[in-house]
Design a protein around this ligand. Sequence first.
Ligand code: SF4
Length: 299
Amino acid sequence: MMLKEQILQLKKEKNAVILAHFYQNDEVQDIADYVGDSLALSKIAAGTDADIIVFCGVYFMAETAKILSPNKKVLLPKMNALCRMAAMIKADELKKYKEEHPDRFIVTYVNTRADIKALSDVIVTSSNAEKIVENFKDKKIMYVPDKNLGTYLRHKTGYDIDVWPGFCYIHDMLTISDIKKKRKEYPDALVLIHPEAPLEVLLQADFVGSTKQILDYATKSDAKEFIIGTDEGIIHALKKNNPNKSFHILANGLSCINMKRITLKDVYESLLHEQHEIKVDQDVLEKAQVALDRMMRLS
Ligand code: SF4
């Protein structure tokens, strides 16, 4: 039997659901029950009837699924699929910051580990961050850990937002000269960029949005050609949804190594042996759940 068929059979036998992020390898996206961004996948994880969730993404995503669905078995087919941005903040650093700044309301990007979420007031994703901070506009906010998304939020809202110095190494590498070069090459194309890029780059874009928002924008737009400023994994879904439109990646090397670790074989092995299960300390899980539930209510 082909690997794909074996996975589908195992999935049925074990009542499992496969969730994949837009940045995953094409073959993994094609086997998934749902492909989406962090917000959509979190919602699916929270509401699924499946007994097993196979999460094809990076560690914090599978961990978030476990927090939202604590009674399910959550598997991450490759345990070394780690987000570099999530590693840029440690719980003891955030605890210290909170002690020194007790007046700051901690708004935390979903791209963090469970212990950071447990120290937070509310969680956001790139899809809902602006909508959620609006509820706390009278507060002094500390946004962790992505300095770029935090700076963009401050620019858009004008609220009092301090930012942690973390970043995504993929989006942070984008520059204004990348945009100038691509606009010259494809003068009719619209530039769509993810808000994890630096502010000066975002200000040159035709549209700024999360992966799902970029997908929706390109699908609804009358334009036929687009320059995409996010991980190249999204091109697969863009082309699938828009076979008659053209997509160009904004810069070379826009591919997160950790997002590409999982292969079909890993999905199969993980499901067959029910291995690489995500565990979260109960106390941390309960505290992180409060901040995540708040996000779910407000988004
Ligand atoms: S693309 Fe960036 S934010 Fe996403 S998992 Fe990779 S390092 Fe983390």
